[in-house]
Write a protein that binds this ligand. Structure first.
Ligand code: ITT
Length: 202
C-alpha cells in the first residue's frame, strides 16, 4: 500500500448518513488524510449522552472491522425543550421530524438551540477511545428554509451566520460554522500528527 500522498494514520469512517460523510470528506481531504467511508450499521445504545453512544458504536465497529475507526454521534439540543431531542435526534427526526419539532415550539419565543458533534476514534495502538467535540450555537427558525444539507438543517440558523439556515448553505458554508466541522478539525489535527503505524494498522 502506498504511504505517499497522505498524512497521518489511515482510518475508516463508519456512518450510514451520506450528508455527514460528504461533510467529513471535504474537511479531511483538506488535511490530506487517508480514509474510507463504510456505511455499516452500528447499534445505537439508548443513553442520555452522545459520548457513551459514540463510544459503544466505535468499539462495536472496531470489533467488526479490525481497523482504526471513527464514528460520530451528533444531536440538536433545544433550550426550550430542556435539550430535547439531543441524543435522541435520529429517532426524533424519523418519527416527529422537522414539522414535529416546529409544532413543539409553536408560540415559544426562546428559540435557542445548539448542535453538538462527538467524534469517537479507536485503534488499539492509540488506547483508550479518543473523543473530539464540536458545537455550534443558533436558533430554530419559524419555518423550514432551504433544501441543502440533511436532517434538521432547514430549521437551524447558526448564530454566527447571516440569518440563513444550514439548509440554505452549501457544504463549504456550513463547514465554516458547524459542530461537525469543529469536531472534525480537532480530530484531523490530532490524527495527522500520528506516526505511521506498522501493519496491520496502516
Ligand atoms: P450515523 O449514526 O450512521 O452516523 P445518523 O443520521 O443516525 O447517522 P446521528 O445519530 O449522529 O447520525 O445523528 C442524529 C440526527 O441528528 C441525524 O439523523 C439528524 O437528523 C440530526 N443531525 C445531526 N447532525 C446534523 C446536521 O449537521 N444537520 C442536521 N441535522 C443533523
Amino acid at each position: 500500500m502506498s504511504r505517499r500522498g497522505g498524512r497521518g494514520l489511515r482510518f475508516v469512517i463508519v456512518t450510514r448518513n451520506r450528508g455527514k460523510a460528504e461533510e467529513f470528506k471535504k474537511i479531511f481531504s483538506e488535511y490530506g488524510l487517508r480514509f474510507r467511508v463504510e456505511p455499516m450499521e452500528t447499534p445505537e445504545i439508548q443513553a442520555s449522552d452522545l459520548r457513551s453512544i459514540a463510544k459503544e458504536s466505535v468499539l462495536y465497529a472496531y470489533d467488526v472491522l479490525r481497523e482504526p475507526v471513527m464514528v460520530e454521534d451528533a444531536g440538536l439540543f433545544i433550550d426550550a425543550l430542556n435539550g430535547f431531542p439531543g441524543p435522541f435526534s435520529s429517532y426524533a427526526y424519523k418519527t416527529i421530524g422537522i414539522r414535529g419539532i416546529l409544532k413543539l415550539l409553536e408560540g415559544v419565543e426562546d428559540r435557542r438551540a445548539r448542535f453538538v458533534s462527538v467524534i469517537a476514534f479507536y485503534s488499539p495502538l492509540t488506547e483508550p477511545v479518543r473523543f473530539f467535540v464540536g458545537e455550534v450555537e443558533g436558533y430554530i427558525s419559524d419555518e423550514p428554509r432551504g433544501s441543502k444539507g440533511f436532517g434538521f438543517d432547514p430549521i437551524f440558523i447558526p448564530a454566527e451566520g447571516d440569518g440563513r439556515t444550514f439548509g440554505e448553505m452549501d457544504i463549504e458554508e456550513k463547514n465554516r460554522f458547524s459542530h461537525r466541522a469543529r469536531s472534525s478539525k480537532k480530530f484531523a489535527e490530532w490524527i495527522s500528527r500520528l506516526e505511521e503505524l506498522p501493519p496491520p494498522y496502516e
